[in-house]
Design a protein around this ligand. Structure first.
Ligand SMILES: Nc1ncnc2c1ncn2[C@@H]1O[C@H](COP(=O)(O)OP(=O)(O)OP(=O)(O)O)[C@@H](O)[C@H]1O
Ligand SMILES: [Mg+2]
Length: 284
């Protein structure tokens, strides 16, 4: 029987790239050896929870990546300029050592609707780390580009926010950013277990504890799905793809999908979708 649910066939190719990329992130080797004089693309994601650097080749195939956890950015806005620059310089050095080539250009990103001034801060951080900043894109557009999603909805659940972006025929038609993210799961867990948030953060990420942890944070996931369902003024376009680090639980997708009332797709290593998409825009 024909259903209204669209299959999302592009996810297979994206997952293959994400799995290869995840194997080399922060390691001492790249996905492949570079050719002589290869031109590269660099993506920089200054996130609330981590700063991620990705390196892609001219055909947008991932080559290498590195990241560090940080608190230099809050809800997409750089709050500690010097720290962001220092982290980025370290990531650049690390990638250059592994690849044996100098990285000269990069692309950055901002949450949609945060305006010219936040784009300027992002490009200043990138340039202070000695890259030529060739572009600053909005984060969901970068994610959709990596996923080859023309029509559909990208829900990005990072550290601080749930961002819902609806695309129609390659155009971003609606964006909503609500302040509920992975950090709120951590706070709920800390309150429930009477522990500090740093400890709760580690507990939350321990896959061995997931069976006991998930029931505690389930209401936060349901809230994120309710936000997704009600925050946009128009109908949500399918397929719905959820990205971002906060969705790294086995039961996340079934829970989210049940409250949303429609199927939801999760890429492998969802925290790397946006950073890889950003790299695709490092060109003239
Ligand atoms: N294995 C994991 N299990 C559960 N949660 C995780 C895991 N890994 C990361 N997270 C959570 O994902 C969130 C960070 O996601 P992501 O890296 O996409 O955010 P970000 O891009 O830095 O932040 P933002 O997009 O909000 O600026 C954090 O709240 C973190 O606790
Ligand atoms: Mg993010």
């Amino acid at each position: 029987m024909q259903t209204r649910t669209k299959r999302f066939t592009n996810l297979k190719a994206a997952n293959e790239q994400l799995q290869k990329f995840a194997k080399v992130v922060n390691s001492d080797h790249a996905i492949r050896k570079l050719h002589k004089n290869e031109s590269l693309r660099v993506g920089i994601d200054l996130g609330t929870s981590s700063i991620v650097l990705t390196v892609l080749d001219h055909d947008n195939q991932p080559l290498y990546g590195a990241f560090e956890y940080d608190h230099a950015v809050r809800d997409g806005i750089v709050v500690n300029y010097m720290e962001s620059v220092q982290i980025l310089k370290r990531l650049k050095q690390k990638a250059e050592k592994v690849l044996g080539i100098e990285l000269t250009t990069a692309c950055g990103a901002i949450p949609p609707g945060t305006g010219e001034s936040s784009a300027k801060i992002v490009s200043n951080v990138i340039e202070a780390a000695e890259f030529v900043c060739r572009n600053v894109v909005d984060e969901p557009t970068a994610a959709a580009q990596f996923l080859h999603l023309e029509t559909g909805t990208v829900v990005d659940i990072g550290g601080g926010t749930t961002g819902i972006s609806v695309f129609k025929n390659g155009k971003l038609t609606e964006v909503v950013d609500e302040p509920t993210g992975g950090f709120h799961m951590t706070l709920v867990l800390a309150g429930n277990q009477h522990i500090k948030s740093d400890e709760a953060e580690l507990l939350k990420r321990d896959p061995k504890k997931e069976q006991n942890i998930f029931p505690i944070i389930r209401p936060v996931v349901e809230k994120m799905a309710t936000i997704t369902k009600t925050a946009t003024s128009k109908t949500i376009e399918q397929p719905v793809v959820v990205v971002g680090g906060a969705i790294n639980f086995k039961d996340f997708i079934p829970t989210f999908s049940k409250t949303l009332g429609m199927p939801v797709h999760k890429p492998s290593f969802p925290q790397f979708v946006t950073p890889l998409g950003i790299g695709m825009y490092d060109h003239e």
